[in-house]
Design a protein around this ligand. Structure first.
Ligand code: BES
Ligand code: MN
Ligand code: ZN
Length: 495
């Protein structure tokens, strides 16, 4: 893993060495703190030379500023709007990008209100950590192209109430660690991370107090998970379902369930994918990675909630045992499925994982995440994930959590017109419809395994991997979903 900076919190003071960051609000002039960092008064002139008035995200960089013993003084524009949690994360990310070679960094937060200052400091630190993550464990040479810091930086955030900031940061850091875990899992290549290796990573959640059960193929067979096992049968690397339970809530409270598609590599099977871009299919377990990251986050911050995570882990490979187009499999629900395209495998995995989860836990709500369809990227691009739900209240909560965390969701339709597209001549259903609306058809397929439980399906094919970088993410695997669902739990299920 990349060198993660060491962050501490300190009382306000005027730093006298290293690199100092301070914030400038748009058209408010310099604060007293900023002035104290700039005894020779060079900032005003620098601002005017740079035509800088504190616009959000714009920075002015002074090297060896006159009248100080600092290496660098950087003013970052904080705009004029009220700063949201995500805005503070972005500012932290911008700082993270600017400290590549700095070792001794001070960030001066000029917020008098202790509570607001603590939350700002925590979000700033979280954004900084998320930005500096890089998947570089397989780079044996740190050459010129390497953008990660030489040594982990020491960063002090100066804020009115450091103790309150430390407390707020403990929670934020738990969520960050969950995001970074999800990114690591998505970025890891499939030769290293197959179903068994992924299950072993998930089993490590026991270290943070999560109860973990791993179902083997034999147990899955006994449960009748023919849909999931049909996908796995073309790979020598086995299949697992991992069940993770975090019981931080009241004993009799029904859990909230999160279910993830964990296809550790998707060749397409006999309906094989074309070569170009197939390497991206190492990330076809992004849903499962988000579930593991989320439960890690909730357990680490000891969330007062009961949650269960269920992930279906398979490799969709192709050998002489692989399932064929036209095969008919029987799912755990008893419903039969005609597999007309072996590349529509995620829905087969989810069919059994969701049924099992619902049957065993009777959760109060289920949210599944899956890199399910290329079609969702055609519909929504890479800045929104597709949201499908049978429950307007849950859908609204999810959209709000998406807006707050900037892991944005766009609701897509469901309905009987779409459902009938998967009726099959030879079985209860087929696993593909036609060319049109195929992200919706996939969601419709999954819904046949949900019954009446409030449910939301997130198609994260466009957002979990390969999405354009942002202030807080430069990694191919984004960890999408962890912050979103942590927020959903925090706002609606924690008591
Ligand atoms: N894992 C893919 C979807 C995907 C595509 C994720 C690109 C991320 C990037 C999924 O298993 C798949 O192959 N879906 C097919 C379904 C089709 C055969 C109905 C698709 O989207 O083309
Ligand atoms: Mn596929
Ligand atoms: Zn897939």
């Amino acid at each position: 893993m990349a060198s993660i900076p060491a962050i501490s919190f300190a009382k306000p003071s005027t730093p006298s060495r290293g690199t100092v960051f301070l914030f400038a609000r748009e058209s408010q002039g310099l604060t007293e703190v900023a002035r104290s960092c700039d005894p020779a008064g060079v900032l005003d002139r620098a601002f005017s030379v740079a035509d800088f008035s504190g616009q959000f995200g714009v920075s002015v960089n002074l090297l060896a500023p006159e009248g100080t013993s600092l290496d660098r003084l950087v003013a970052i524009g904080a705009g004029k709007e009220e700063l949201t949690e995500y805005a503070w994360m972005k500012l932290g990310g911008i700082i993270g990008a600017a400290i590549r070679t700095a070792q001794d960094v001070s960030i001066v937060l000029d917020i008098a209100d202790a509570e607001a200052g603590a939350s700002a400091a925590a979000n700033l630190a979280a954004g900084l950590m998320l930005r500096t993550y890089a998947f570089d464990k397989y780079k044996t040479r740190k050459d010129n192209g390497d953008k990660s810091p030489r040594k982990p930086a020491k960063i002090a955030i100066h804020t009115a109430d450091p103790a309150a900031a430390r407390k707020a940061f403990a929670d934020a850091k738990a969520v960050v660690s969950g995001v970074l875990l999800a990114r690591d899992l998505v970025n890891e290549p499939a030769n290293i991370l197959g179903p068994l290796e992924f299950a072993a990573e998930a089993a490590k959640l026991a270290d943070v107090g999560v109860k973990v059960d791993v179902l083997t193929e034999k147990e899955m067979k006994k449960l009748g998970m023919g849909a999931l096992l049909g996908v796995a049968q073309g790979s020598p690397r086995g299949a697992r379902v991992v069940v993770m339970q975090w019981n931080g809530g009241k004993a009799k409270d029904k859990p909230v369930a999160f279910i993830g598609k964990g296809v550790t590599f998707d060749t397409g099977g006999n309906s094989i994918k074309s070569a170009s871009g197939m390497e991206e299919m190492k990330g076809d377990m992004g849903g499962a990675a988000a579930v593991v990251g989320l439960i890690h986050a909730l357990a680490t911050r000891k969330a007062k909630v009961n949650v269960v995570g269920v992930i279906g882990l398979v490799e969709n490979a192709v050998d002489g045992h692989a399932q064929r187009p036209g095969d008919i499999v029987t799912s755990m629900s008893g419903q039969t499925i005609e597999v007309l395209n072996t590349d529509a495998e995620g829905r087969l995995v989810l069919a059994d994982a969701i049924w099992y989860c619902n049957d065993r836990f009777q959760p109060k709500a289920m949210v599944n995440l899956a890199t399910l369809t290329g079609a969702i990227m055609i519909a929504l691009g890479q800045h929104y994930a597709g949201l499908f739900s049978n429950n307007d209240e849950l859908a609204g909560w999810m959209i709000d959590a998406g807006a707050a965390t900037h892991e944005r969701l766009w609701r897509m339709p469901l309905g009987p017109e779409f459902d009938k597209l998967i009726d099959s001549k030879n079985a209860d259903m087929k696993n593909i419809g036609g060319r049109y609306g195929s992200a919706i058809v996939a969601a419709q397929f999954i819904q046949r395994f949900v019954k009446d439980t409030p449910w939301a399906h997130l198609d994260i094919a466009g957002t979990a991997m390969g999405a354009p970088g942002s202030e807080i993410n430069q990694s191919w695997g984004s960890g999408f979903g962890v912050r979103l669902l942590d927020r959903l739990v925090r706002d609606h299920y924690e008591g």
